[in-house]
Design a binder for this molecule. Sequence first.
Ligand code: ADP
Length: 483
Amino acid sequence: PMPKLNDPELLKEACLVAGKWVPAGENAIEVTNPSTGEVIGRVPKLGARETDEAIEAARIAQKPWAARTAEDRANVLMKWHDLMMAAQDDLGAMMTAEQGKPLAEAKGEVAYGASFIKWFAEECRRTNGEVIPGHQPDKRIVVLKQPVGVVAAITPWNFPNAMITRKAGPALGAGCAMVLKPASQTPFSAIALGVLAERAGLPLELFSILTGSASAIGGAMTASPTVRALTFTGSTEVGAKLYEQCAPTIKKLGLELGGNAPFLVFDDADVDAAVDGAVIAKFRNNGQTCVCANRIYVQSGVYNEFAEKLAAKVGSMKTGDGFDEGINFGPLIDEAGLEKVREHVEDAKSKGAKVILGGEAHEKGGTFWQPTVLTGVDTSMKVATEETFGPVAPLFRFETEEEAVDAANATEFGLASYFYARDLSRVWRVSEALDYGMVGINTGLISTAVAPFGGVKHSGLGREGSSHGMEEFMELKYLCMNV
Ligand code: ADP
């Protein structure tokens, strides 16, 4: 079921509640491997009562944590980072088992996840305030940055490690406490981070990890007046609900929601580079990321060349169990994920799209789907407006730059976008015209701890990573001194 780990203690069938490990009892959630359907373990099914306990313990633990020096907090985070990297193989294996992504990609995510802890360990020592010249001769103005207090976090299954570390790193670094609910599909990656945090010397009451009913745990988190900020990564639908639930207690909100990323290839692009970029932007994590290229627009002069080269390249890649050698694409997370992909492909086919690669469920069965490339796609098809979240590349043809930018912006989402072009004026024009929080220019991979990740429109609020990611977990306090 679970691969053999070098350090079996990392796989813990327990939650961390108010400083104590609570084992899975009678009432538990079974965690399955999406590749094989096998049960790999059980985690507790907790609810509002345990969430309230965790919040209260966090409230008490947060004060002395915030009172420590930033260097002290940074040292704990750095130790946590080092332990994560030392356990990279085990954390990667656990992730492949519960999430399905190929082992190399899982280990890559562990390094990416750890990089947020390192970045914010460094960044938390530089949360400098300001001294502002006074508005009257006897006034001096000083601005402090202080932690918001107790933070609640809810995270998804597609990046079971990194979506947690990019919230926990800045929150804990700033001097906050965190109560986390990871996705029920991928709890072991989250819990292992708790095991390592304990070893790194993090006071355990500062970081509770609760698995269980999303609505019960989320309900207790959002209702609590003690929780001062909520940080969520997931669907726009659930994000909007949480936004509403947070309104009565006026919480600070960080929301990383859905995307529907456009990927534009202009006639002046390096087509081979664009193909490589599209493979990464579209097919990473088998198409299951919120920054995955969802709509690929190709200018007519290079449309056929791009389509052929993309299909050839993706066709040479391998789908299978993430633990097998040389696998590029794993299974989809669950049946519902598979059904959405099927629905989008069938809809496109029925409206005249041509399948030049894949287009069917994979012969491996289960939730495996063949990597798919569709040509002749138009705006009447579901792939034009909905996030597919699977390995399907729909290719739209366009003639003019203006037409492409208008099409790219014709969505309520605004997270990531990508384009390939060489003309410098066009690069600026298109970058400025895209209504997105992030633009990849001649690259298909934009995620890094050092840059501000986030979206506009229905894709969310706030930014994660970079120095801006720290600000989400701090409040400004201004001191007006009469001297
Ligand atoms: P995805 O499509 O990525 O699974 P969701 O928004 O459904 O996105 O889930 C993301 C996270 O939000 C998961 O941890 C899930 O359990 C949690 N979640 C789902 N519904 C709710 C809810 N009503 N309240 C709080 N959290 C929720």
